[in-house]
Design a protein around this ligand. Structure first.
Ligand SMILES: Cc1cc2nc3c(=O)[nH]c(=O)nc-3n(C[C@H](O)[C@H](O)[C@H](O)COP(=O)(O)OP(=O)(O)OC[C@H]3O[C@@H](n4cnc5c(N)ncnc54)[C@H](O)[C@@H]3O)c2cc1C
Length: 154
């Protein structure tokens, strides 16, 4: 016997899978360009940022372009990188090496990715799109007739 599962259906113009920096930036950018689009971000973690655990050095150029005012309300951890030291660690000490050009972080910020993503989610909700945390995208079906894509969660 086949059981039919009745599912809630929610319709959006755009569904972004994954509330990491890329997914959230995509949603923000879409709403900036086309405010009338309905955009939903699905995130499998219990909250945006809950599984974004990395500390990170942020090169701020892309964020300046996406959210020009972000420096006024930066994420909870956001420390300007002041100097670089490049060392080879040995069993007993360290040997200072010249810093390679691509390792210079002047102008960059030391942040927590887990605090940056909620900040992006906040910016996104100001632009009236939705988050669905604890929603794991588990399958897609493309309907060639309507050109729409059905995505199941759970
Ligand atoms: C240890 C470490 C250190 C790093 N250091 C730096 C650094 O210093 N500077 C820097 O710029 N970058 C750094 N990075 C890289 C940076 O973290 C990634 O480039 C960035 O997080 C990628 O963003 P993303 O949105 O593409 O993916 P992710 O951050 O991986 O986000 C993807 C999101 O999708 C969700 N997801 C996945 N599958 C599903 C599903 N089926 N349904 C719903 N949701 C789903 C996940 O839970 C996650 O929240 C580092 C990475 C690591 C691991």
């Amino acid at each position: 016997m086949t059981e039919t599962i009745e599912r809630d259906v929610m319709e959006y113009d755009v569904l972004v899978v994954g509330g990491g920096p890329a997914g959230l930036a995509c949603a923000i950018s879409l709403k900036q360009r086309k405010p009338d689009l309905t955009v939903c971000v699905l995130e499998k973690a219990s909250a945006i940022g809950a599984q974004a655990l990395s500390g990170a050095v942020l090169e701020p150029g892309p964020l300046d372009a996406l959210l020009p005012g972000w420096r006024d309300t930066p994420p909870g951890i956001c420390i300007p990188a002041k100097r670089d030291e490049f060392s080879l660690l040995t069993r007993t000490g360290r040997i200072r090496l010249p810093t390679p050009p691509q390792q210079h972080n002047e102008g960059n910020f030391i942040i927590s990715l887990g605090l940056l993503t909620p900040m992006l989610a906040q910016a996104k909700s100001c632009s009236h799109s939705e988050d669905q945390a604890m929603s794991c995208a588990s399958g897609t079906v493309y309907d060639a007739k309507t050109g729409s894509c059905v995505l199941t969660t759970g």
